[in-house]
Structure formats: C-alpha cells, structure tokens
Design a protein around this ligand. Structure first.
Ligand code: ARG
Length: 581
C-alpha cells in the first residue's frame, strides 16, 4: 500500500461498519491530507455527515469511530477529535518509512492504475484553418494536453481529438481569393496564411462582385468541384503544417492522426438533424430548424434555440458538435468526453450536451466542458502586442526561448552555448506552459515574462531548478566515489525529513484529484510545495556531509525519490527537466 490515504480509507470504512453497520461505510473519500500540521498528517471529517444518518452528535460519532479503529502500527497515537468532529490522524514513523519504501520501489511512485479504465475522448486545441493560432488556442493546447497526460498515466484509453475549424462559408472567400492570386501570378503569398486571410477578408468586405463570387464558391466547394476542393485541401495542409510547428516545440502530443476536423462531420450533418427531427426534438422557427433544450432562456425570458439548420439549408458549429458527439459515443465508444475551450463557449456546450441527452445518445457517458479564462496583458486588458495586434503563437514561443536564454546566461555563463540553448528551450517553453497551468484555469491570468521566468515562486524555473539541485548532489557524490543505493532504507528522524516524506506520499492522491477535477493547477501547487519542502530539508539536513553513512544513504534515497516525483509531475504537465541550469 504505497499511499497512506489508500491505507487509511479501508481502516475507517471497517471502523464505521463495525460501529454503525455496513450501510454507512460506503461514502466518498473519507480521508484527506491535513491543511496544517497542527491537525496532524491526515484528517477525516466523516463524523459530521454520518451524525445525521445515525442520529447522534458528531463528536460522539467520532469517538465511536476511533474506538472501533483497528490501527495498530499505522498511527503514532490514537486519533484526536477537533472542532465539530474532525478526526486528526498522526501517522507512525515506522509506517511512513515502510510506505515510502514501497513508493520508492514502485516505478509509478504509488499511483495506482485506474481500477475501471475508461475510453476518454479529450477534445482540445481546435485551432481554425487559415488563421494564426492565438493564445486562446495555446491555453486549450496546454491544459488539454496536461489533462490527457494525467488520464493516460492513470491507465485510461485516451483518444485525443483535434476539432480543427476547416469548414464554413469563409472558405468560399479564401478559395476565390486564391484563384485571383494564381491568375495574377502572385501565388507565393499564400504561405503566410494569416496575411492571406486578412487580405481575402478585406477584399470580401470591399468588393461586392468578389463577395458574390465567394458565395458561389462555397456551393462549388460543397458540391465537390475539383478546383475548389484542391484549393481547399492546399489551404488545410498549409495550416496543419503551421499548427504542427507550434505543437512540436511546445511538446503538445497532437499529431495529424488526432485531427478529426469539422469537414469530417460534413457528410453526417443531414443525418444528425434527421435523427433529432425523428425523435420529435426539433421545431421550425423562422424557417430554421431548432432544438429548444429546457433550462435555457434568452434575456427576454423566451426559450433559447439551438439552431441546427439555417433557413438557407446551411449547418452550424452546433450541428457539427452534435454530429461529433454522436460519433464519439457510437464509433469511438467514449465513456467520458472532455472539451477544453475558453469559457465563452460554456452555453454552447451546455445546450449541445442537453440536446444529446434528450436524444438518448449519452446514457452512461460523462460529458464535461473544461472552460478556461482569458490571457490578459499586464495592463489587465486582453493580451495584445504593443501595436494592438493579437500575439502570434510562434513569436511568443521564440521570445520565451530568447528571454530564457538571457536568464540562463546570467545565471550560468560557464555552460557551453549548446547546453545553454537546450536549457533555454526547456525553461522558456516550460515557463509559458506552467504559467498557463498554475492558476485555477477558470480565472483570467496576467501574462508576465518576469514572473513566469523567475526562479522564485510557483514557476517552472523554480521546479526545474529543484531537480537540477538534486541532480548536482548526485554528480558530486559520484566525484567523491560515494555509492548510492536507491533502495537504501529511508529513516525519518528529522521533522524536515518527515514533512518531505509525507508530501511525497501525497502524490497519488493529487494525481487522482486532477483526473477527477480536471484542474492541473492542483498538481502545480503540489509540486511547488514539494520543491519548497525539499529546499527546507536541504537547508536543515546535510546530505553528502551527513553525520554517518546510514543517514547519508537515507538522505540520498529521499532526494532521489523527490527528484522522481518532481520529474514525473512535470512530465504530466508536459514540462521537461534538465541536468544543469
Ligand atoms: N475551433 C473552435 C474555436 O476556435 C474550437 C473547437 C472546440 N471543439 C469543439 N468540439 N467545438 O473556438
């Protein structure tokens, strides 16, 4: 049992059964790490909820539970009752040392595989073809990737889906513009898709003849006209290359195989609408086919429609999402579907989910929208370049590496250039990703180079530096010919060793919490605290100059274990580590 929480849960359940009967034993997790060490190591707050069910005072319930506990060798002393009926638990040192040894001997660091593995679709990134990826897509890519990594690590079958926006009326405009450029012999400009898009849009807005031709072009494209389809394919391919050139340096695990773009669902839209019609879920309103899912009202109190087919026969973003949802359930066999987009799409997904539920598509399937806030500049306004344009992702990543290179050069001028560049990459990209992950995702966050690249505080460089510190201890040990045995017994004599060990043992619980809540910032907070505890330990407890060989081995083993948790935790966030910096 490599994790105290999972050792304590069954003990408490057994005690509750014994004291109050089996029917009361099965509740949600009973035990959580204590917020403050004056409440012990762990705390159980089950007595309050149980009190109602058994008709007794919470403190009396707590007393009965404690009396019924079979806790030999687990607790240092009998648990105590605090406040309205919290049970405070202090773990026995030998028990901690044993659980720690088990975690050290486990390549998964005590994180269990999911007992009931699911197929989880994670829909993230979703940039739009012929448009520059912006910071919103960066957030979706980074948060979505962390969530996918955590679920993967838990042993679920993760199906990544990149719902590219590659379809819609704007393609008529783009293809028409492309045709005009080819005619003018000016085709090379197409490589800068963003500029290309903006020029096409300007022409569309200014030139009615062009606009009309663009509208006809949409019909041509949809009817499979060879030139139009060819041009569209080329635009999509160029965009994919552009997106991959961001995913690759970011270390976002999305490949072309994960793309299931809007156009994929095109042949399925009519059928999706027909199915909803047959189920009697649709109404025609001003010629448009709509669903009115209950619980959604416009500002004037009228029921809010989810339009699934316009009066001109055109389909919408919502129609594609309904077709995609149905496909994910029926063809991908999803048990859980996770959508990572900015919070402005909250209502869209709520209405799509409700409609799918009414259609009976989602029985036994968990649907979750994972919303996130905006990226703000230091002025508190939406993040823009100095001249007021949206920041291009590629420029942002380059700047991150440049700034990180400067930071690293200041700190370690002696490192060879090549190594400094490698470090700058890990630190720069890590800093951007970590800043995006470390805050509660629902909140807006302020983009600050200075803060994210700081070696102090809850940042990627701080965590990466903790790994570097530990690795340097081992390098030094090697030069002094000190043999290291990772399986050496760890003794927790000093309070700093004990606090560090307790935190290491909380890793499985935190990973599980992130898998449930889909909130990567919880893992960030945990790693930050772990690194801080390590620094505290390092100050108090000499490692290489420990008073005796056994203590030295123990402290080396504790350091190595800390390094593994930091590295694994950062990997789940999609952030790399380095040997020196
Ligand atoms: N392309 C969309 C956007 O840029 C995001 C797609 C999200 N996924 C989805 N299934 N709707 O806002």
């Amino acid at each position: 049992m490599p994790d105290p929480q999972s050792a304590l849960e069954p003990l408490f359940r057994a005690a509750i059964s014994k004291a109050f009967g089996d029917q009361h034993a099965a509740t949600d997790p009973l035990i959580r790490p204590a917020q403050n060490d004056k409440f012990g190591d762990y705390q159980a707050n089950v007595a309050m909820s149980l009190a109602k069910a058994v008709g007794a005072k919470p403190r009396d319930v707590a007393t009965k539970i404690i009396e019924a506990l079979d806790w030999k060798n687990v607790f240092a002393e009998p648990p105590t009752i605090a406040g309205p009926g919290f049970i405070n638990i202090k773990l026995d040192r030998a028990f901690l040392e044993q659980t720690l040894a088990a975690a050290a001997g486990d390549e998964r660091l005590g994180v269990p595989r999911a007992a009931d593995p699911q197929t989880v679709v994670v829909d993230y990134s979703g940039p739009n073809v012929a448009k520059e990826m912006h910071v919103g897509h960066l957030r979706s890519s980074v948060i979505g990737d962390a969530i996918a990594r955590v679920l993967d690590f838990e042993g679920h079958t993760v199906v990544r889906q990149n719902h590219l926006g590659d379809w819609g009326t704007q393609f008529g405009m783009l293809i028409e513009y492309m045709a005009s450029m080819v005619n003018a012999g000016d085709e090379t400009k197409i490589n800068d898709l963003n500029a290309f898009y903006q020029q096409a849009k300007a022409r569309f807005d200014a030139d009615p003849t062009f606009a009309e031709a663009a509208r006809k072009r949409v019909v041509l494209l949809q009817s499979g006209d060879a030139y139009s389809v060819g041009a569209w394919t080329r635009i999509v391919e160029l965009s994919k290359r552009h997106f991959n050139s961001a995913y690759q340096p970011l270390g976002v695990k999305l490949s072309d195989a994960d793309i299931r773009a809007e156009s994929f669902y095109n042949p399925r839209l009519a059928d999706t609408v027909a199915e909803l019609e047959e189920l009697g879920l649709t109404k025609v309103s001003d010629g448009a086919i709509c669903v009115f899912p209950p619980g959604f009202a416009a500002e004037n109190g009228e029921p809010l429609p989810l339009i699934i087919r316009k009066s001109d026969g055109g389909y919408l973003y919502a129609t594609t999402d309904l077709a995609a949802l149905r496909f994910r359930v029926r063809d991908l066999h999803a048990d859980r579907i996770i959508y990572v987009t900015d919070s402005r799409q909250k209502q869209h997904f709520a209405m799509v989910f409700k409609t799918a539920e009414l259609a009976g598509w989602t029985a036994g399937v968990k649907l979750e929208h994972v919303p996130f806030g905006s990226v703000l500049g230091e002025d508190g306004k939406p993040f823009k370049t100095r001249s007021g344009e949206t920041v291009k992702l590629a420029d942002l990543l380059n700047e991150a590496e440049e700034r990180a290179l400067k930071v690293v050069t200041d700190k370690s001028p002696e490192l060879p250039t090549e190594q400094r560049q490698e470090v700058a990459h890990a630190v720069g990209i890590g800093a951007i990703k970590y800043a995006d992950l470390a805050n509660d995702r629902i909140k807006d966050y302020v983009f600050s180079w200075e803060r994210m690249l700081s070696f102090d505080g809850n940042t990627a460089p701080y965590l990466q530096n903790a790994v570097v510190r530990i690795r340097s201890i081992f390098r030094k040990a090697a030069t002094q010919n000190i043999k290291f045995d990772p399986a050496a017994p760890i003794t927790l004599a000093d309070p700093a060793e004990r606090s560090l060990a307790l935190r290491i043992l909380q890793f499985p619980g935190v990973v599980n919490q992130v898998a449930q809540s889909l909130e990567p910032h919880r893992l960030c907070t945990y790693l930050y605290e772990l690194a801080s505890l390590y620094h505290g330990f390092y100050e108090r407890c000499p490692v290489l100059t420990a008073p005796d060989g056994a203590t030295r081995s123990s402290r080396l083993a504790l350091s190595a274990l800390t390094e593994r948790v930091l590295k694994q935790g950062l990997d789940l966030l999609g952030i790399g580590v380095v040997d020196r910096m």
